[in-house]
Design a protein around this ligand. Structure first.
Ligand code: AMP
Length: 421
């Protein structure tokens, strides 16, 4: 037997309705907020993700890279934003409208150590709003994430927010971190030793050095913000208050990607058994990514939720998912002629928007009945010898146990009436 690849999972038939529920709610919230779906490829040219300024572990260590037969270097996308921006730039979406509000749902790939809520193939629902520096847009994007969580019915959820400031503030913060970590260089992990010069921000979310005393005591962004960045952040918070969005300020939050400036945020849940993977989603503002990918100098802001974690969170809070609709009518036929008749009705029922089925394996009455009951059908439509002779069908309501023999001609109409369809 060949098993699934490490870090992947199957969505089995009895679980797919959970995904439908989540995807449907994501689409609904995006419609309410005026975001349109964009679907970009699962693989891109390597340089979409592997950029000079991007030194995060996710990109440098966790991507799946491969050459195709034409010797092109490709990368399976590890996240959604870079591909969406590549598409935004390539298709010049900025020409038509100054602000593009986009969303996506789909799989990403990261070579990580699998554990609960952490996979090598996982799905994200994310949004990107590209083209405005208005801090109100930050509140809108955070508001969308917040409303989504509320509409899912998740309770123990917090929005944590911070700012990295503009490029100047970020540079000052980076310099401060460098000074702070230099005396500790010998005690940091091999990667962090390199990071001190290249990108000290990444030391703060290092998986090895996360609890290192120097990391715990590291300076926070707040002390290095210039006036503009402080005012910007204050406006975002004011707008969040206006929009009635609860949040907490998290001075140590920096997020794992290098393209963020100004606002960064995460949505966290206290969920039993979740362990370290309690972040449901996160995002932030990026000032230079569009330009870096060859586009105009336009800012963007976005976030992404991990769909698997949302499902785990909903399961652990016992939130009901929308079930697939019940079978309306299940046909049972006792011989070949009856079966032809049943098949005709089966197709007619579906044409009339009834969820209809029959048994394609068993021929005995008993076994077919069992199949119908297992399907939890609302009605059984039985065609036996008598019905065949009388040109009728016996329709049995499985809840009331009432059975009525009706002429074939009016069978579909009667069913529709009884089902209220
Ligand atoms: P990131 O793109 O790293 O900011 O992640 C955003 C969200 O995607 C996280 O909060 C998780 O919910 C989800 N996520 C990221 N990596 C994984 C993974 N390996 N497995 C499952 N979910 C993930």
């Amino acid at each position: 037997m060949i098993s699934k690849a490490k870090g992947t999972y199957d969505v089995l038939p009895n679980e797919s309705h959970k995904w439908h529920t989540l995807e449907e709610k994501a689409r609904q919230i995006c419609v309410l907020f005026g975001y349109q779906e964009v679907r970009t490829p699962i693989f891109e040219y390597k340089e979409v993700f592997h950029r000079q300024n991007e030194q995060s572990d996710m990109v440098t260590k966790e991507t799946y890279n491969f050459m195709d037969k034409g010797d092109r270097e490709l990368t399976l996308r590890p996240e959604g934003t870079a591909g969406v921006i590549r598409s935004f730039v390539e298709n010049k979406l900025y020409v038509e409208t100054p602000l593009n509000k986009l969303y996506y749902i789909g799989p990403n790939f990261r070579y990580e150590r699998p554990q609960k809520g952490r996979f090598r193939q996982f799905s994200q629902f994310g949004v990107e709003a590209i083209g405005s520096n208005d801090p109100a847009l930050d509140a809108e994007v955070i508001g969308l994430a917040y409303s989504f969580i509320q509409k899912l019915g998740l309770k123990g959820v917090r929005v944590r927010i911070n700012t990295l400031g503009d490029n100047e503030s970020r540079a000052a913060f980076k310099a401060a971190l460098k000074n702070h970590f230099e005396p500790h260089v010998d005690t940091l992990c091999e990667d962090c030793k390199q990071r001190i010069d290249k990108n000290p921000l990444r030391i703060l979310d290092c998986k090895i050095d996360g609890q290192h005393p120097a990391v715990v005591k590291a300076p926070t962004t707040q002390d290095y913000l210039n006036d503009f960045s402080k005012r910007y952040f204050q406006s975002v918070l004011t707008y969040l208050d206006v929009a009635n969005i609860d949040y907490e300020i998290a001075p140590k939050l920096v997020r794992g990607l290098d393209y963020y400036t100004h606002t960064v945020f995460e949505i966290e849940a206290d969920i039993e058994g979740f362990g370290a993977q309690n972040v449901l989603g996160g995002g932030g503002r990026y000032q230079s990514l569009v330009k870096e990918l060859g586009g105009p100098d336009l800012p963007g802001i976005g976030f992404a939720f991990g769909m698997e974690r949302l499902i785990i969170a909903m399961e652990s809070e016992n939130i009901a998912f929308e079930q697939d609709p019940r079978t309306d009518i299940f046909f049972i036929a006792t011989d070949a002629n009856a079966r032809t008749q049943a098949l005709k009705l089966l197709f007619e029922s579906r044409n009339q928007n009834m969820v209809a089925d029959m048994d394609f394996v068993s021929t005995s009455f008993k076994a077919q009945l069992k199949s119908g009951l297992k399907k939890n059908a609302k009605y059984l439509g039985i065609i036996g010898e008598t019905e065949l002779q009388n040109k009728t069908i016996s329709l049995k309501n499985t809840e009331t146990q009432q059975q009525e023999e009706v002429p074939l001609k009016i069978a579909i109409r009667s069913l529709k009436d009884w089902l209220g369809k």
